[in-house]
Design a protein around this ligand. Structure first.
Ligand code: IMP
Ligand code: MG
Length: 175
């Protein structure tokens, strides 16, 4: 299958940003242990690269959630489904959620609330991409953000088009 792809963010730009984000994380969590919670599947590529640049102690865990539908109810997050739970007990831990992209924000809002029930010490969010124009939830703070992008469907570096193209080392737009 041939795709007509346009590069939006190059591999070099991504790697430079990963370093900047890791530097900030290293400062903010100096002397602490972080549990990186990668959101399957899209967040994996970013999490792996980020983790390589983090120099405080980290633990890896993963969670799989999916959000449904465009017909958003601004007050509810019930259209988010938990497909696979965390492996570890997160009580008292520093949780850093690692995500590929925040779109409507519904998945992240749900996840933050869900994780807070388990009494972690802190919960922060790190996302490579953000589409602010698509937001349907209020007060979703992205503590560490790579790039704000326009409302375009993007692929690569973890992001898929029908489960494919996740392996591209750059972020592209399917034309
Ligand atoms: P939301 O913020 O709850 O709407 O969901 C975000 C999830 O939708 C992300 O984690 C991605 O898996 C997926 N997603 C959103 N925008 C894109 C895109 O442009 N390309 C690929 N996946 C996307
Ligand atoms: Mg995702």
């Amino acid at each position: 299958m041939n795709y007509n792809l346009e590069v939006l963010i190059t591999e070099e730009e991504i790697q430079k940003k990963v370093l900047e984000l890791a530097d900030q994380i290293n400062k903010d969590y100096a002397g602490e242990t972080i549990t990186l919670v990668g959101i399957l599947t899209g967040g994996v590529m970013f999490m792996v690269d980020l983790a390589k640049r983090i120099n405080v102690e980290v633990v890896f865990d993963f969670i799989d959630i999916s959000s449904y539908g465009e017909k958003a109810d601004r007050e509810k997050n019930s259209d988010v489904k938990l497909n696979r739970d965390l492996l570890f007990d997160i009580e008292g831990k520093n949780i850093l959620i690692v995500e590929d992209i925040v779109d409507t924000g519904k998945s992240l809002k749900y996840l933050q609330q869900y994780l807070k029930l388990r009494k972690p010490k802190t919960v922060k969010l790190c996302s490579l991409l953000n589409k602010p124009s698509k937001r349907l939830v209020e007060n979703l703070k992205i503590d560490y953000l790579g790039f704000d992008i326009e409302n375009k469907f993007v692929v690569g570096y973890g992001l898929d088009y029908d489960q494919k193209l996740r392996n591209l080392p750059y972020i592209g737009v399917v034309k």
